[in-house]
Design a protein around this ligand. Sequence first.
Ligand code: NAD
Ligand code: ZN
Length: 374
Amino acid sequence: MKIRSDLKKDVITSNKKTYRNFPMVPRVVFGQGSFSQLEEILLPKRKNSDAPFIFLVDDFFENKEFVSKIPLMFNDEIIFVSAEEEPKTAQVDALVALIKDRFDESPSGIIGIGGGTLLDLAKAVSILLNNNGMAKDYQGWDLVSRPSVYHVGIPTISGTGAEVSRTTVLLGPEKKLGINSDYTTYDQVVLDPDLTITVPKEQWFFTGMDCFIHCVESLTGSYLNAFSQSYGEKAMELCKEVFLEDIPASESRDKLMMASWHGGMSIAYSQVGIAHAMSYGLSYLLGTKHGIGNCLVFQHLEEFYPEGVELFQKMQEKHNIQLPQGICSHLTQNDFDIMVNVSLGMEPLWENALGEGWKKIMTPERLQSLYQKI
Ligand code: NAD
Ligand code: ZN
């Protein structure tokens, strides 16, 4: 296994290799309707009646029947958050300030309910409640010194793997980068596939393809190892069933939720690749969201991922998904320079995809010509 330069704990001292000691979600519930167990899960975690649970909930659910199922007690509070834009460091700081301002006691816990956007926000808020400074100060690797507030992740759309990962991807004033730390990982996850019933078809496809692309990039990467492979292969098998076969809808929701989990586990111990590196550039410059951004890029990567792109096209055709065109047609040279720089800055992703000599293979000119196809 190669050493990832982004993982400070992977080091070689003289002849001895040190492997990462990877945190996992210690508790997980899976099953249709399992959300109803949240009350009993939270009860023993309540510090006292003044220390609330704060539910950060995707505002899609505002005024929906689902809200009445959220188990509120004492001064617990629901804060609805829009997932229209990807999470920002300033948004995390504002939420933390609001919670500190409103409650004298530190919360008993933070519960994130939504897609990758809400899951990432809840992770970041739980870190910043227990660590001084601003969210941007912690973007990077292992900069968090104190454990976060107890936090629970409840995905309502499947694919990102944010429910298992040790990162929370945030757009800061200077960079789009995760808070990668052992304290980021959720203390508890509730996987209830019924919560994904209302996801619109296109969004289902885009976020599902995030998972599929995680698998392709992990399984074809130079960082691949048996740990990642074992999860990546299972996630890939599930993605093929969900997106290429005709299985009942409820089975499909179950399987995509588990594909997301396994895909996340796969990249946790390896890395993603070219589609993600390029998608970061798109997102930084144009605000393109992660799922659709990955799809926009991936469709043009047949020279790097021939089998993956062929499968992707089959899935796209089967579900009649149209991708927008001409996204980069109006961009200036300065815009391309920004995207290319952001993208090439994701060094471990390129090294995973193309090996140690990646800089000779992916020149700025070649990368720009790939962007120009989008
Ligand atoms: P999302 O959270 O951005 O939500 C996409 C859309 O789906 C939103 O409009 C949201 O309101 C809607 N939605 C969510 N659940 C719904 C439901 N049950 N019914 C109807 N609508 C619903 O989507 P995503 O693709 O899951 O997340 C993308 C984010 O995840 C990005 O910010 C990305 O950076 C992040 N991400 C994080 C990790 C990680 O490991 N931390 C990994 C990949 C992606
Ligand atoms: Zn992704």
